[in-house]
Design a protein around this ligand. Structure first.
Ligand SMILES: *Cc1c(COP(=O)(O)O)cnc(C)c1O
Length: 362
């Protein structure tokens, strides 16, 4: 009854076009059998003891609001990357900042260009803003087609999202490709370079967004503490942007959105990055091992510079995910397209290699 009446409440029409975010499912539990959730690109390592103790300390203050201007964390980020405090904005994860970007740049009817398939949050966040998503298909090797993206820009385009390495397929955008792309984009269009996985990159040809940002007033670099830094559960990400843009991003932030736990943990993680980098390096080595094994099995795995790999299964994506779940592996299928698998503990990676081999051998 109440449900039915609630349906007559007028909500925005834009909602009808927006897909719901599909979170990674919890692993099915079975007696005497370890299961692994490799569906959300999380870091498999628990927080460092030094970070945990900072979080515990901060927990005793949760009756207080956090520092609204996030000064200590922004200062730490600014020092870490050699930028000014005014050029740093934070948000509740970099997904939170993406929402702020839409709020500062887009009115209903404006266009946002991004590659597809790319990060599943993009169409949701763009749709919620009332802007129109313009999706440009990836190339055959699962990379951004930057020429086509530049060609898709119109008078109405306000924002272009560039995801490198690309989630969920893995390839990077190269430095020369990004340079020519930026030369082709009108200077009043905001270009967001989403580097959620940059710490996992080892390809010397990769674009260096921080270097590029300096010489392009319309470029914003997005980073997060969720992946390499292992703080996904605390929701903290940041943008490095020129001052007028960073100012606007701070205006659009949810007041007190980044908790004190998150701010303190992020500061501690930045200063412990050498320790975290060892873990990141282990995951990078595991990534090479997994890709090599899968290619030897005959899988056409795109080059990944992130903490996940892509199996281009097409219509078999859901079937593969079911088989993997039976073997205690929760992967992330995209129906009709492929399956993304996070590089995780060695045992989880071994299991993935086995499941993939068995699947091919069917
Ligand atoms: C995970 C991810 C993010 C960041 O997520 P937050 O946890 O909100 O910081 C941003 N972009 C891409 C492409 C991602 O995969």
């Amino acid at each position: 009854m109440t449900e039915d009446s609630a349906r007559s409440v007028r909500l925005r029409e834009a909602l009808n076009l927006i897909p719901s975010y599909v979170p990674g499912k919890p692993a099915p539990q079975r007696e005497g059998f370890t299961t692994y959730k490799i569906s959300s690109n999380e870091n498999p390592y628990p927080p460092l003891p030094s970070v945990l103790s900072v979080i515990a300390e901060a927990a005793s203050q949760v009756n207080r609001y956090p520092d609204m201007s996030v000064t200590a964390l922004r200062t730490a980020i600014a020092e870490h990357f050699g930028v000014r405090l005014e050029e740093v904005a934070t948000g509740t994860g970099s997904v939170g900042i993406l929402g702020q970007i839409m709020q500062i740049a887009c009115d209903p009817g404006d266009e946002v260009v991004f590659a597809w398939r790319s990060f599943e949050a993009y169409p949701i966040i763009v749709g919620l803003s009332g802007a129109t998503a313009v999706q440009v298909p990836l190339t055959a090797d699962a990379s951004h087609d930057l020429l086509a993206m530049a060609a898709a820009i119109t008078e109405r385009t306000k924002v272009v999202l560039v995801c490198t390495p690309n989630n969920p397929t893995g390839p990077i955008v190269t430095a020369p490709d990004l340079d020519s792309f930026l030369a082709a984009v009108p200077s009043d269009v905001l270009v967001v370079i989403d580097e959620a996985y940059v710490e996992f990159g080892r390809d010397p040809r990769a674009a260096d967004a921080l270097a590029v940002w300096r010489s392009h007033p319309n470029v914003v670099v997005l980073r997060t503490f969720s992946k390499a830094y292992g703080l996904a559960g605390l929701r903290v990400g940041y943008a490095i942007a020129h001052e007028p843009i960073a100012d606007a991003l701070r205006k659009a932030a949810v007041p007190f959105g980044v908790s004190d736990l998150a701010q303190q943990a992020a500061i501690a993680s930045l200063s412990a990055y050498d320790e975290l980098a060892v873990r990141v390096e282990d995951l990078v080595i595991e990534r090479s091992r997994v890709i090599k094994a899968l290619r030897e099995q005959g899988w056409d795995v795109p080059d990944s510079q992130a903490n996940f790999i892509w199996l281009p299964l097409g219509d078999d994506a859901l079937a593969f995910a079911e088989v993997a779940a039976e073997q205690g592996l929760v992967v992330r299928p995209f129906a009709g397209d492929g399956v993304r698998c996070t590089i995780a503990e060695v045992e989880a990676n071994d299991r993935l290699i086995e499941v993939a081999a068995a699947y091919r051998g069917r």
